[in-house]
Design a protein around this ligand. Structure first.
Ligand code: R5P
Length: 266
């Protein structure tokens, strides 16, 4: 059953509507008493809003949120969601977060908002991790959108790190650049005081686990934005309906709900 607050479309849905629909669907999995990883970004923001709304309505009780960024921390505080961290709650029941890319095996690219490190820490500590996206985020392979795959690096000699990163993926036509703040033109600084190198790939980088190992082995690298094997479910909102993919062992179970069916009380 679709959440009552998700309107069934009678007018064309915007991308933000799709993000909200995916987020609300995911929040149906949040139960009272859960420790919930609160994602970051324009999609996850809707999930945090929805959790707070259900708490205000008394439909969710005793929720503890684990925010994945300062921004989400601020949002959750402003909405009155009780918060904790991984030191006090090392096991998270469920995390809900957006993604920049999702491949057919539920491997992700995250971090175009710069929050990849805390997100990966929280989501890898979660028993379940639901990824919520609109259909524009689906790619054939990681890096396939042609947009950035972010890598968090320490500021010391970042240009050296950039060159070493790029040289790892010369065969995939990789280029890299330091992320800068649009407003100031200065280096973008993460919540952890680090810089971001954005990598762009012309071709498929191949074995993702190998790519991950190569990146993480370089001194000066903190974390990369590939989330491999972490997502347990994916909720995709498209113009026609919602697709839910859930991992069961090595298999992916797929359910689709079209909005017309939902309107008719599917
Ligand atoms: O650092 C940002 C996060 O990884 C976001 O989850 C990701 O960029 C998706 O954000 P949005 O939902 O705004 O597209």
């Amino acid at each position: 059953m679709v959440s009552p607050a998700v309107a069934c479309p009678s007018v064309p849905l915007t991308q933000d509507d799709l993000k909200k629909i995916a987020a609300y669907k995911a929040v149906e999995n949040v139960k009272s008493g859960m420790v919930v990883g609160l994602g970051t970004g324009s999609t996850a923001k809707h999930a945090v809003d929805r959790i707070a709304q259900l708490m205000r309505q008394g439909k969710l009780k005793d929720i503890i949120g684990i925010p994945t960024s300062r921004k989400t921390h601020e949002q959750a505080v402003s909405l009155g969601i009780p918060l904790s961290d991984l030191d006090s709650h090392p096991v998270v029941d469920l995390a809900i977060d957006g993604a920049d890319e999702v491949d057919p095996g539920l491997n992700l690219v995250k971090g175009r908002g710069g929050s990849l490190l805390r997100e990966k820490m929280v989501e890898s500590a979660s028993k379940k991790f639901i990824v919520i996206v609109d259909e524009s985020k689906l790619v054939k392979y990681v890096g396939g959108s042609g947009l950035a795959m972010p890598v968090e690096v320490i500021p010391f000699c970042w240009n050296h790190s950039l060159k070493r990163l790029v040289s790892l993926f010369a065969d995939a036509g990789c280029v890299g650049e330091l992320r800068k703040c649009v407003e100031t033109g200065k280096a973008f600084v993460t919540d952890n005081g680090n810089y971001i190198i954005d990598l762009y790939f012309e071709k498929d980088m191949g074995d993702l686990n190998k790519a991950s190992d190569l990146i993480l082995r370089l001194p000066g690298i903190v974390e990369h934005g590939m989330f491999l094997g972490l997502a347990t479910s994916l909720i995709v909102a498209g113009v026609e309906g919602i697709t839910v993919k859930t991992k069961t062992g090595n298999e992916l179970e797929v359910d689709s709900f079209c909005y017309t069916d939902l309107r008719n009380g599917f």
